[in-house]
Design a protein around this ligand. Sequence first.
Ligand code: NAD
Length: 499
Amino acid sequence: MTLTHYIGGAEIEGTSGRAQDVFNPATGAVIDQVPLASTAEIDRVVAVASAALPGWAATPAAKRAQVMFNFRQLILDNVKDLATLISSQHGKTIDDAMGEVARGVEVVEFACGIPHALKGEFSPQVAGGVDVFSMRQPVGVVAGITPFNFPAMVPMWMFPMALATGNTFVLKPSERDPGAPMMLARLLKQAGLPDGCFNIVHGDKEAVDALLDNPDIAAISFVGSTAIGKYIYSRGCANGKRVQALCGAKNHMVIMPDADMGQAVDAAMGAAYGSAGERCMAISAVLAVGDDTADRFVEALAPKVRALKIGQYDEPGVEMGPVITAESKSRVEDYINQGEAAGAHVVVDGRNLKLQGYENGFFVGGTLLDHVTPDMSVYRDEIFGPVLSVLRPKSYEEARQLVIDHEYGNGTAIFTRDGDAARDFASNVNIGMVGVNVPIPVPVAYHSFGGWKASMFGDHSIHGMEGVRFYTKLKTVTSRWPSGIKEGAVFNFHAGSDS
Ligand code: NAD
């Protein structure tokens, strides 16, 4: 089956003549073909979104919010089908897919309250007869470029906020699992969104470049790897667009000697191996402070990693699925090879995993590396697979410095019973999202999501009030109405009329 684009409320076949396979990563079988848009197709969709903009921007915020209320209900009504679609193309378990939808729905719920978030500020009588008020107006046509790992949630970080604030939207989802966004587009239409306000074009670099260069795109939200994010940020900004680019990560979990080890091990298990480690907030490095802490951690974690039930998303009891592509599998395995060659201890080895019935699937087993050092590529680079590295800093200060010195700054966590250490950590690390005894500190939707350092380019994080700011322009009006009113004056607005 070949997927279509979604333009102006209709499913439109691609005309570029280029397409790409979509796989079931558990079997390696091709299950779909996704069209790859040409520059001409991008220019057409941007024209459609531009035509829809004036009407939608002028729609009262409460009416736009009503569409979001309807949309929320439709997602909840269809959540099983949506989750199954996500799992079938991404490979994550149904529970993980349901979780991703739930986090996306939170943003829709925030968008339901958009009239409140758009209220401006007012200062009366800043000078004689002069009042100042501010308003937030939509930026225009917005493009979203999204990664494979959360095919529903990450687009939902963007478009509910952009639409609710009065913009129209063009989504370029990941070409590796493009099914879920198409379903969301149909639900938006059912929810009452006017045609043309939300559009999807599939594609690769050609489509992205066309969006970056199209003068009618006002803003770009990107989520994906750092190399591509840097490129999108610089080219988009050079073309005068507003750009937010949320990028790659290497998230550390510091375990202090006083931590509740049972809690820390369970947390690391979910945070490192959930969704096969393909989460930008996955924990991929544990900094266990002191050898004794590290020994206790590795001893408790290793049997759990060995016992992980790996398989296709719809098998009962499956805890972890495959990685997204054959290339990802070999990249992850190559990193494990490099770590081993550099002297890391391979405590649990996920390489060369063969599952009966899924011999061609892209599976990598849970992998645990101990005695990793900061110079190793397994520590420096984002692996984006089910591989956890354990480092053994001697002190809290050494652990904190490792977090500070790392290139990435998306999320981090500290596990401790010591409030002083936790407070120092949260205050002093240069990381966008910090957890205290919380391994994946993804903020709820009414706060904002975003990293520091190489994990984000741009000034505004995503969703919450930062999302409102990104998708709106501030206008401030200073008005003078010098009063000519005299005591006892009578207004006659109808002077000169028949009445
Ligand atoms: P990716 O960078 O390969 O792709 C992201 C998007 O960019 C896709 O839509 C893709 O089609 C497009 N793209 C790919 N190559 C391009 C090129 N050469 N020119 C222009 N566009 C191009 O990322 P991915 O592999 O889909 O996703 C995984 C990455 O996303 C990881 O690095 C992960 O950390 C990151 N991520 C970050 C966050 C965050 O919030 N910081 C969230 C999720 C994922």
